[in-house]
Design a protein around this ligand. Structure first.
Ligand code: SAM
Length: 257
């Protein structure tokens, strides 16, 4: 279940909050919402209306994962929600999967996955600031009990995982995923899923070639375009602004060598 509250007035006026414990009020485009006992009680009850000091109202809704991923604090490029969704249907990840993420970033992917799997996701990054921020995001909106973050110092083969063939899936979100080739080949189970996300098609081609020579098959590369539509009585059309290119997603399976 997603965490936090979405105060929703309209598509243009919605506010994501994780916790109101230390707040006196919430500032909105339509006046202030004062935090008092009534509001605290209402927050337990999704679907309620709360009023602002200007007499406008917001509904208290459970945020979607997309609301959360759009609003988390970012210290680096962050995976897009459409791309996260595509990862689940193109892999065999399930609630018992052991997953390694290389490149924690702002924690968007781990945060999302922590709601769905019963094993700890190991997520590694070389940047302390990013890891610290990701932990704060996961605590607010994910389940930190299911995410183990680890700072590594580019010692590419030094993970606290002794067993070979340990992970069911590895997601690698760096422009040159093959720098982790030896580690991936060692710790990914035979038959396991490899997912890499890279911004340019040259990186896709080069990475596919390298992984194909090292025991990976069943390659699939996608670019996803998502367009939300503005629906109204007259003149329904796609919103003017939409993300054109986020990332290329490539999937493959490891075979026994
Ligand atoms: C695009 S971000 C990852 C986004 C993230 N997957 C998410 O869910 O939003 C890339 C991250 O990779 C980290 N990084 C860069 N080089 C790395 C390396 N050699 N090993 C591990 N992490 C690395 C960066 O510090 C950055 O946080």
């Amino acid at each position: 279940m997603s965490k936090g509250y979405l105060l929703y007035n309209s598509v243009e006026s919605k506010i994501l909050i994780s916790d109101i414990t230390n707040l006196d009020s919430i500032i909105t485009h339509k006046g202030k919402i004062l935090i008092n006992n009534d509001l605290t009680n209402n927050l337990r009850d999704y679907g309620q209306k709360v009023f602002t000091t200007k007499g406008k109202f917001y509904y208290i809704l459970k945020p979607t994962y997309k609301d959360i991923i759009l609003k988390i604090n970012r210290t680096t490029n962050t995976i897009n929600s459409k791309d996260i969704a595509h990862i689940l249907v193109n892999t065999s990840i399930n609630k018992n999967s052991k997953v390694l993420e290389i490149g924690t970033g702002s924690g968007a992917f781990s945060l999302f996955l922590s709601h769905f799997i019963n094993k700890a996701i190991l997520s590694i990054d070389i940047n302390f600031k990013n890891l610290k921020n990701s932990v704060s995001n996961i605590k607010k909106y994910g389940d930190i009990d299911y995410v183990l973050t680890l700072l590594i110092e580019n010692k590419l083969n030094k993970l606290p995982i002794k067993s070979k063939n340990y992970f069911d899936a590895i997601i690698i979100d760096l422009p040159e995923p093959y720098i982790y080739l030896d580690l991936i080949v060692s710790v990914l189970k035979d038959g396991g899923d490899l997912v890499f996300l890279v911004p340019n098609i040259e990186q896709v081609k080069q990475s596919r070639e390298i992984f194909a020579k090292s025991g990976f098959v069943y390659f699939r590369t996608y670019e996803l375009i998502e367009r939300e539509w503005l629906i109204r009585e007259v003149g329904s059309r796609p919103y003017e602004k939409y993300l054109n290119h986020s990332i290329f997603l490539t999937f493959a399976k490891k075979i026994k060598n």
